[in-house]
Write a protein that binds this ligand. Structure first.
Ligand code: GAL
Length: 708
């Protein structure tokens, strides 16, 4: 973040100097939805709430360029000036997120097309094809105008490219997409021979004899070619990245020193954009996160997403661009947040490296599709519970300023996360349609939390990147878990084998190591990519029906079960069997295996989806074997999460009570001298910390590397 230089504000006071530590606090600000008389009130209330940054102009293209040949920046000039005069920095959007009606009337060929050939018409937002050259021409002209006009504005702190790229338009099956897909495929494969090989087109008479025959996977009579589908997912992520780069290039040329971001959506089942791949294209990672009220593991999902965002950012600070103060409007049923939840959710993001906590939006709209979405300033006005919470929390964040700039501490358990596997593993025509990639990854993360341990969600892509140091992203992890890592190119399999042979413990989950980068089976028995390392071999899958379970015996809690999928594993002589199926498709067959490797490392396999208690117990066992012990006492594990950030000299410990009851955490002598930084209703005693329901305490101690 680049904060504005110190200057005199409208009320005669001095703003903070640019280098003063602070946590960003604010929202999307849409002043164009309000008469200008309201703006003065906005400024007063923003200052009261402690707002120091807003995102501006996100959906304002139609007002900024009312016709193809006219521009109206007057209102935006006045809004930026006013914000600056009130000491509020601006994350300025390039305003390209939603094209104006004149553009789509003039050029209907920019409108996206669905898989079944329907046009996505204007009336909502983001109705543009990522690959449309016409859209790009108009959008980039707007970016140029914005960049030139505001380049030297002292409030300009950051550029916000478009908005949630791909939220509604990641998959476009139009003719523009078809032509860009062919270009992408030519670059990837070089020749039709190679494409035909990769796509396995000998199957079902699909051999292509000219590039022009190739299409996006539009509605087909039956299961479309899986590699075509996978490549289309890859291409679609790349097409948006390419668009992002085009906007970025203009901004970099005109304002080389202004940081550039675009808001990711690392949340829930949003999967179209490979953000681990995009992150290198921007200066600062920012993320939008919303809880799904119907999700019984909403807290764990938030924590997972915040952690993954931090890993995507290389454990450097990132920017929470949007979350909600209370209810959203777009779920089937929307619920207000419970008391303390705004604080708890915000501090959970902060604990995972966010250096800014922002919301959608500043003032709740009176009209439009989002009029029932919460905001910092709700319909009820400033004398509302939400505004009071917002104001209280703003003051609290100001007190946490010293945390800004610190990095998240690396956990000792890494859970691999991979968009290719997410896309490929959930394609049709598999042993089961019931397995869900994100659910599997989440299950392992939740099991770590239930053991009082933090795990990192490590993008598999990072294992192969870096200066020729395959596996370096895994340094420092005692245990690396590969949940449902279905698609494993040979270099990734090699890097993971190196990790385990070098002394780490690699745990391979169900339906992993099955296919190569082209989604072709690794032959010779499953899980082909890991068969040798694990010392096992399976010949068949046993899919289980929804609700069907198999009993497990062995070193697991009594009554443990598996579900969704089983493998008929046979094991080599040096493999220890930790659990077996008692019934189901493969009675008596090993369900969990482990093999000690010559270098002191270990490779284990879990061949079914363990129930929660069984998975928790298993993660407890492998962590203990790796010498990991929870810093939390047993009675609070699974209710309290401890996440740690560290600066050069300090450690910041976030104790997050995500349960609905008060808990007391016994502190250990090994925790060292803990001082309170922000208790927010918790009580810190010499040997204990008591947290109210949904309470979060931020403690601090000097950093020493030796501490477990
Ligand atoms: C995001 C979007 C915002 C707003 C918000 C509502 O997807 O960026 O503009 O729509 O959701 O939750």
């Amino acid at each position: 973040m680049r904060w504005p230089a110190a200057h005199t504000l409208a009320d005669g006071s001095e703003s903070l100097p640019a280098d003063a530590a602070r946590i960003g606090y604010g929202a999307d600000y849409n002043p164009e939805q309000w008469p200008e008389e309201v703006w003065a009130d906005d400024m007063r209330l923003m200052r009261e709430a402690g707002v120091n940054i807003v995102s501006l102009g996100i959906f304002s293209w139609a007002l900024l360029q009312p016709t193809p040949d006219t521009w109206d920046f007057g209102w935006l000039d006045r809004a930026i000036d006013l914000l600056h005069a009130n000491g509020i920095a601006v994350d300025l959007a390039t305003a390209t997120a939603s094209p104006p009606p004149w553009l789509t009337e003039l050029h209907p060929e920019v409108l996206p097309v669905t898989r079944t050939g329907e046009t996505i018409w204007p009336g909502g937002r983001q109705q543009w094809r990522p690959t449309s050259p016409v859209f790009r021409r108009y959008a980039l002209a707007l970016v140029e105008q914005m960049a030139e006009r505001y380049a030297d504005h002292p409030a300009l702190s950051m550029w916000h490219i478009s908005n949630e790229l791909g939220c509604h338009n990641v998959y476009d099956f139009s003719d523009d997409a078809a032509s860009a897909f062919r270009t992408w495929l030519e670059a990837r494969y070089g020749s039709l021979v190679e494409l035909n090989r990769a796509w396995g087109t000998a199957f079902w008479s699909q051999n292509y004899s000219a590039w022009s025959q190739i299409l996006p996977p539009r509605l087909a009579a039956t299961h479309p070619n899986p590699t075509q589908q996978l490549d289309f997912a890859r291409f679609s992520s790349d097409a948006l990245k390419d668009y992002l780069i085009d906007e970025r290039e203009i901004l970099r040329r005109v304002t080389p020193t202004v940081p550039i971001t675009t808001n990711f959506m690392v949340m829930g089942e949003t999967r179209g954009m490979d953000y681990a791949d995009w992150a290198g294209e921007i200066d600062l990672v920012s993320n939008d996160h919303y809880l799904l009220v119907a999700d019984p593991q909403a807290f764990e999902e938030l924590s997972f997403s915040a952690n993954l965002t931090g890993q995507i950012a290389g454990r450097a600070p990132w920017f929470l661009m949007e979350h909600s103060t209370s209810a959203v409007n777009w779920q089937p049923v929307n619920q207000a947040k419970s008391p303390g939840q705004l604080r708890r959710d915000s501090l959970t993001h902060l604990a995972h490296g966010a250096d800014a906590i922002c919301f959608f939006q500043w003032r709740a709209s009176l009209a439009g599709a989002e009029k029932f979405h919460s905001a910092m300033l709700p319909h009820a006005g400033p004398d509302s519970t939400v505004f009071q919470s917002v104001t209280r929390f703003g003051a609290e964040l100001a007190g946490l300023a010293e945390v800004a700039g610190s990095r998240t501490k690396q956990a000792r358990i890494g859970i691999l996360f991979d968009w290719d596997s997410w896309w490929a593993a959930e394609l049709d025509s598999h042993p089961t349609e019931l397995l869900r990639y994100k659910t599997e990854a989440m299950a392992w993360y939740t099991a770590a939390l239930a053991n009082g341990l933090q795990a990192d969600i490590v993008p598999a892509r990072s294992v192969l990147s870096g200066p020729g140091l395959a596996g370096s992203a895994l340094n420092g992890y005692d245990v690396v878990i590969a949940p449902m890592l279905y698609l494993v190119p040979i270099p990734l399999a090699d890097a993971l084998a190196d990790y385990a042979q070098g002394g780490g413990h690699l745990v391979v989950g169900v339906f992993s190591g099955i296919a190569d980068a082209d989604d072709h089976i690794h032959p010779g028995g499953y899980p082909g990519a890991f068969r040798e390392l694990l010392g096992i071999r399976a010949q068949e899958f046993g899919g289980l029906l929804a609700g069907q379970t198999v009993a497990l015996t062995g070193e697991l809690p009594a009554g443990s079960t598996g579900s969704l999928l089983t493998h008929d594993v046979t094991v080599g002589p040096d493999v220890e069997v930790l659990a077996r199926f008692a019934d189901g498709p493969f009675p008596g067959v090993p369900a969990i295996t482990t093999r000690e490797l010559p270098g002191g490392g270990r490779a284990s396999f879990v061949g079914t989806v363990l129930d929660r208690a069984a998975l928790t117990a298993f993660v407890g066992r492998i962590s203990a074997d790796a010498g990991l012990s929870s810093p939390l006492p047993e009675d609070v594990r699974g209710s309290v999460q401890l996440a740690v950030r560290q600066s050069d000299t300090e450690e910041y410990l976030f104790y997050i009570n995500h349960s609905a009851r008060a808990v007391t955490v016994a502190l250990r002598p090994a925790d060292g001298a803990l001082a309170s930084l922000d208790l927010g209703g918790s009580t810190l005693a010499a040997d204990s910390l008591t947290l109210p329901a949904t309470g979060v305490a931020v403690l601090r101690r000097p950093r020493t590397e030796a501490r477990p």
